[in-house]
Design a protein around this ligand. Structure first.
Ligand SMILES: *Cc1c(COP(=O)(O)O)cnc(C)c1O
Length: 394
């Protein structure tokens, strides 16, 4: 099997698994228990918090564990919105191509009477600081812009967007789920006030993540109960998962340079090869792009059929986000960058990790053009385009 869907989830690393086992087998105590076995788990949690904080330039007191990226996004956005509401500020700025964990919370806030302004995304998949500067008003209580897009891989100028927000004193949240563990991050240098991360996107376990909250920002809890996470997230901590997340993150950062160098090579080869397919287009910025992300539109095909045929050949890929698969709606991300509906249906996302090899890339480059040609051959729409009855879009 060739696994090329690392933006959906990653395989756990051996290091992460090994870091978890002792906390399932021996040190299984509840961190809230006062006896030694519990206190040992509590100490381990703190060490993990320190390790995670160090990776993003934060203080351990600023890290709150969550069940993943979605929960972190929800908690960050609801907290900042409700903090603003207390001061009579109910305007929120975001962008049209955010993850649904952001967009759906914003929808909910709209129902609470907030005004949500979604910035347009440029054709290359970028949102720029001047757009944010132009949109900020007296009553803006939050700017939330993703660090890197999960479908098309474009990386936003986060430090510059953060600087604009800092100057106007507006809290800045970034969904950095695709960036943490893959790109260097420093919340202070990049003027980030709230940041969401998720372990299963960097070879850690699923169902665990964290929210970075700058000191001084009041966090609202989504889950009431015990006093875990300093009263901001009730429920017995998932100690093994936290340990796995910390180990995976530290490992990702210690190998980031070599991993990214390898990924840039593989990505370059894939983009070069797939560009040769006629009436195709790369989605997202060619340069400001996650090292493992490749995303193409192929005119005249259905993404779903493409994926099924690739699956037959042992290739795991995606046509957008895992969250939209199963629905027939075209990707909101591809629509946001201006791809017409027809073309947005025919997309392919290959997201690589450092575990992928050059041989695998060559196999993908063998399979994709064949499958695209096969599907086009069967498509009445493609025939109309070839005969000139209908126009090509790409
Ligand atoms: C995967 C992902 C999420 C959701 O994270 P979970 O841990 O699966 O809840 C949120 N935002 C982005 C950009 C993602 O890629």
């Amino acid at each position: 099997m060739i696994y090329a869907d690392n933006a959906a989830t990653t395989k756990m690393s051996r290091t992460a698994i090994d870091a978890m086992l002792p906390y399932m087998e021996e040190i299984f105590g509840n961190p809230s228990s006062l006896y030694e076995a519990g206190q040992e788990a509590a100490k381990a949690l703190w060490t993990a918090r320190e390790r995670i904080a160090a990776c993003i330039g934060a203080a351990p007191q600023e890290i709150y564990f969550t069940s993943g990226g979605s929960e972190a996004d929800n908690q960050a956005i609801l907290s900042a919105a409700h903090n603003g509401e207390k001061k009579g500020k109910k305007h929120i700025i975001s962008s049209a191509f955010e993850h649904h964990a952001v967009l759906h919370v914003l929808k909910k806030l709209e129902k609470e009477g907030f005004e949500v302004e979604l910035l347009d995304v440029h054709e290359n998949g970028m949102v720029y600081p001047d757009q944010v500067a132009d949109a900020i008003r007296e009553d803006t209580c939050l700017v939330t812009i993703m660090y890197a897009n999960n479908e098309i891989g474009s990386i936003m100028p986060i430090a510059e967007i953060g600087a604009v927000c800092r100057e106007k004193k507006v809290p800045f949240h970034t969904d950095a789920v695709q960036a943490v563990g893959h790109l260097p991050i420093n919340v202070n240098e990049q003027n980030i006030d709230l940041l969401s991360l998720s372990a299963h996107k960097f070879h850690g376990p699923k169902g665990i993540g964290a929210l970075y909250v700058r000191r001084g920002i009041i966090l609202e809890s989504l889950i009431e109960g015990g006093a875990q996470e300093r009263g901001k997230r009730a429920g017995t901590e998932n100690v093994p998962a936290v340990m796995g997340m910390a180990a995976a993150l530290a490992e990702a950062y210690s190998h980031m340079e070599e991993n990214n160098k390898k990924l840039l090579g593989l990505r370059g080869r894939l983009i070069e090869g797939l560009s040769k397919i006629s009436h195709s287009a790369l989605n997202g910025d060619a340069k400001s792009r996650l090292p493992g992300n490749v995303n193409f539109c192929f005119e005249g095909i259905e993404g779903e059929s493409l994926l099924l045929l690739l699956d037959d050949r042992g290739i795991c890929a995606s046509s957008g986000s895992a969250c939209t698969s199963g629905s027939l709606d075209p990707s909101h991300v591809l629509l946001a960058i201006g791809r017409p509906h027809e073309v947005a249906h025919g997309s392919l996302r290959l997201s690589l990790s450092a575990d992928n090899t050059e041989e695998e890339v060559e196999q993908i480059l063998q399979a994709v053009p064949e499958v695209v040609a096969y599907l086009r051959n069967m498509s009445p729409l493609w025939k109309d385009k070839m005969s000139g009855k209908k126009e090509f879009v790409l």
